[in-house]
Design a binder for this molecule. Structure first.
Ligand code: C2O
Length: 531
């Protein structure tokens, strides 16, 4: 009862509208929330109910997704367009309401229509409920670090142009830390364009790092300092000491950083991990500064710069990703389901290229039994077995022309789903960050080449695997995940490199209701937007 009493209702209002900002010598009009980039940070405690009134005063269709939130029985608030709702039209509004239970840590919110999330995003930080603690010493301060990606052009135009021409979209013009590109970019020498944070010597800070970039994974380093990873995707990990962190779009990484160096100034910096060969990308570096209080001015005027890994440093990427393990027994830890009901081998999403419906969301079609919106024929396997390591294999090439349709996978309530995510060589061999809505999953194993059931199943970590909502499937390799479908609704799974979503690198799970009222999705709120 006492924990019930501590739960609060946290209410926000989002005005989504035009904002004029100066970046890289240009005056640009962007779409942003409440006049800020990044948008407002939301702070809640586990157990709280979050209510966000969203007013769409932008010229675009809009939805907001609460990335990583389970949305237990509140699937109507999940947000992806045409999956759980029709878009909020310009001039309209929708109130997202959900209770956040069973998870804590760093998550974020972002627009889930086209590429609008480039500028419509912010942190969503869930602290332990009153009387509960972190499974690590209490940090002196907590610092959200949102990594972003900036275009001089209007992002919706960039996307639409690419879709219309079939060409690759323009690369971004800068990366950003908390909305600022940093002084390595042209026209960014004014200190206001470099994110700066004053630290005290001898303290421990919790950096809550979020990759909100659209199309690039990012390495992150702080000069002269080691970091200790304590959580990823709002799931506690065994402490992992490293000098470099890799964060894929969608992922979050919480690290402890102790200011144990000589009083001075130290750059934090991020640059891309780009694993696709011969594909152009924005290979620039954003940076911000940690300045020690009492640092001599000579040191402050010459901050130390970290040396970031090369853009194609797959060994460093793989070492970071595969060395993380879950913290057994930490708050909200859950054991790996040992029995599997649905085995899926998913490669290029099984030769089904996903298409969003347009007349109604999948969740509405499911709830109201409307036919013709989706088909429940997403295959458990690709139609043919082939060699994923051979990029020029003619059978692989043929699969590029997968039919486009809204094909979903129906799953019984509480079934355990195991997915072998096999990176294929279609389009380009690349590390794809695959994100599942509505659930966290265990990452049982990952590796390179073709998944081999005989040998690779033996590598599964069924004891303390990392728990995530977004997994970077190794370039030219595979990853195996497992989740228990204990949340009825419609849940999209997609590549969080936004450039791949309109290409169809996605599917959706329709999870049936369970046997009791507490396992049955309630009807939608009355203000759910109509199509
Ligand atoms: Cu962070 Cu479907 O998204």
């Amino acid at each position: 009862l006492s924990s019930m009493a501590s739960a609060a209702i946290v209410e926000h209002t989002f005005h989504v509208q035009n904002l004029t900002v100066n970046r890289l010598c240009q005056r640009r009009v962007i779409t942003a929330v409440n006049g800020s980039l990044p948008g407002p940070a939301i702070h809640v405690q586990e157990g709280d109910t979050l209510v966000v009134h969203v007013f769409n005063k932008s010229p675009y269709n809009l939805t907001i997704h609460w990335h990583g939130i389970f949305q237990l029985l509140t699937g109507w608030a999940d947000g992806p367009e045409y999956i759980t709702q029709c878009p909020i039209r310009p001039g309209s509004s929708y109130t997202y309401k959900f209770t956040i239970t069973g998870q804590e840590g760093t998550l974020w919110w972002h627009a889930h229509v086209q590429w609008l999330r480039a500028t419509v995003h912010g942190a969503l930080i869930i602290r332990p409920r009153a009387g509960h603690k972190y499974p690590f010493p209490k940090p002196h301060r907590e610092i959200p670090i949102i990594l972003g990606e900036w275009w001089n052009a209007n992002v919706i135009d960039v996307e639409n142009q690419a879709l219309a021409t079939g060409a690759a979209p323009n690369n971004s013009d800068a990366y950003t830390i908390n909305g600022r590109p940093g002084n390595l970019y042209n026209c960014s020498q004014n200190p206001k364009f470099t994110y700066t944070y004053k630290v005290q010597q001898g303290k421990t800070y919790l950096l809550r790092i979020i990759n909100a970039a659209l199309n690039n994974q990012l390495f992150f380093k702080v000069a002269g300092h080691k970091m200790t990873v304590v959580a990823v995707d709002a799931s506690y990990t065994n402490p992992y000491v490293t000098d470099v962190v890799l964060v894929a779009p969608g992922q979050t990484t919480d690290v402890l950083l102790t200011t144990d160096q000589a009083p001075g100034a130290y750059y934090m910096a991020a640059s891309p991990y780009a694993s696709a060969p011969n594909v152009s990308f924005d290979n620039t570096t954003t940076r911000g500064i940690f300045i020690y209080e009492n640092a001599p001015s000579a040191a402050v005027s010459a901050p130390r710069m970290p040396i970031l890994p090369a853009f194609n440093d797959t060994p460093t990427a793989h070492k970071f990703n595969s060395n993380l393990t879950g913290l057994v027994g930490a708050p909200h830890w859950f054991p790996v389901p040992q029995h599997v009901d649905e085995h899926m081998l998913s490669a290029s999403m099984n030769n089904a290229s996903f298409q969003l419906p347009t007349r109604l969301s999948i969740l509405q079609a499911f709830f109201f039994n409307v036919r013709g919106i989706y088909t429940a024929d997403f295959p458990n396997k690709p139609p043919v077995a082939f060699d994923y390591t051979n990029q020029n294999n003619s059978m692989n090439q043929a699969l590029i022309f997968a039919p486009k349709k809204t094909s979903v996978k129906k799953v019984k309530y509480n079934a355990t789903v195991e997915m072998i995510l096999q990176d294929t060589s279609l389009i380009a061999v690349e590390n794809h960050p695959m994100h599942l809505h509505g659930y966290n999953f265990h990452v049982l194993a990952q590796g390179f080449g073709n998944f081999n059931p005989k040998t690779d199943r033996k590598k599964f970590n069924l004891v303390n695997p990392q728990i995530r909502n977004t997994i970077g499937v190794p370039v030219g390799g595979w990853a195996v995940i497992r989740f228990q479908a204990n949340n009825p609704g419609a849940w999209i799974m997609h590549c969080h490199l936004d450039v791949h979503l309109p290409l169809g690198l996605a599917t959706a799970f329709v999870v049936e209701n369970g046997p009791t009222p507490s396992s049955t999705l309630p009807p939608p709120p009355s203000d759910l937007p109509t199509c």
